[in-house]
Write a protein that binds this ligand. Sequence first.
Ligand code: NAD
Length: 339
Amino acid sequence: MARQCPREGLLIMSQDNTGILIVSEADCQRLISRGDAFEAVEAVFASMARGDAYNFPVIREAIGHADALYGFKSGFDRAGLALGLKSGGYWPGNMAQGLTNHQSTVFLFNPDTGQLKAVVGGNYLTAVRTAAASSVSISHLARKDAKVLGMVGAGHQSQFQLRAAAEQRNFERVVAWNAHPDMLPSLERVANDIGLPFQAVSQQELAAQADVIISITSAHEPLIMAEWVKPGTHLACMGTDTVGKQEMDPQLFARASIFTDEVAQSISLGEAQHAVSAGLLDASAITPLGAVINGAHPGRSSADEITLFDGTGVGLQDLAVADVAARLAAEQGAPRVSL
Ligand code: NAD
């Protein structure tokens, strides 16, 4: 049975399997755990490395309105059957209106028919899928005996990063640095919440102490110098997702073994862009993390090796977690609409 929706043009269908699922931000927060996101992201990285899943070219444009950057990330996972796109971007004036500056929505399509399957809020999912990516890298590449977690950055994403990373190793404490020190107390509260002592330190102290370093800032210059990083460190560089952004000294790429979500993005808009353009790194030396997950690459080969994951953020990560959210919402009998 179908009934007319109060909103013009929409028809709410009875709870059968036809129509479009609407999965709100609140639903996503309720439905998707860090564990769900970890599993979905690990599986899609593996799928990408097998050649079963691929990302389509990214569109990102300054639209000349509200100072906004807007675009699409899309792809298809033939193994997981996730087809769709994430649409959204960055609206710098949103904060003043009580909204998050980053705004996104995921659209999932039926790969058999091309019909729209679900519209899924993308803001929370972006944070959990990004945290899941660094967390998957820590799981596969960090030393098992890592004790000190170093956080470079204290913005919105950093809190998700810290919670997800803390589940991967028996960390005993957190050291952190942020360009804007007034933002550190909110990250300290997260550390305290999960029972980890927290200390604000200089960038050099952070590199000297941390066994795992996560960088998640909007910086456009190196924050961590190569010579500060101690042997055996794993770095998850998550902030650089655009041409011109930078968090690491490019010389670090000559000392470390480099892994990424997608090589094409890593060398063009990821952290590796600077080392590649400086001639310090060749694309052929970068390993997709999925190859480690699949067992095609051994990953860390010694306790002293520095491993670096360049997490650029791919559309398939968004589709993977959104697909899980839509499936769980459907299982719980979420209502559907038709166009
Ligand atoms: P935010 O605005 O909440 O926080 C920004 C952070 O960057 C803060 O720690 C701030 O102090 C720091 N920062 C800003 N300018 C800086 C500068 N010039 N030098 C050093 N630090 C500076 O942003 P967020 O949502 O936490 O996102 C952080 C970064 O992560 C952004 O660059 C964002 O584009 C990126 N991001 C990447 C992915 C991915 O998949 N790789 C996903 C989401 C966000």
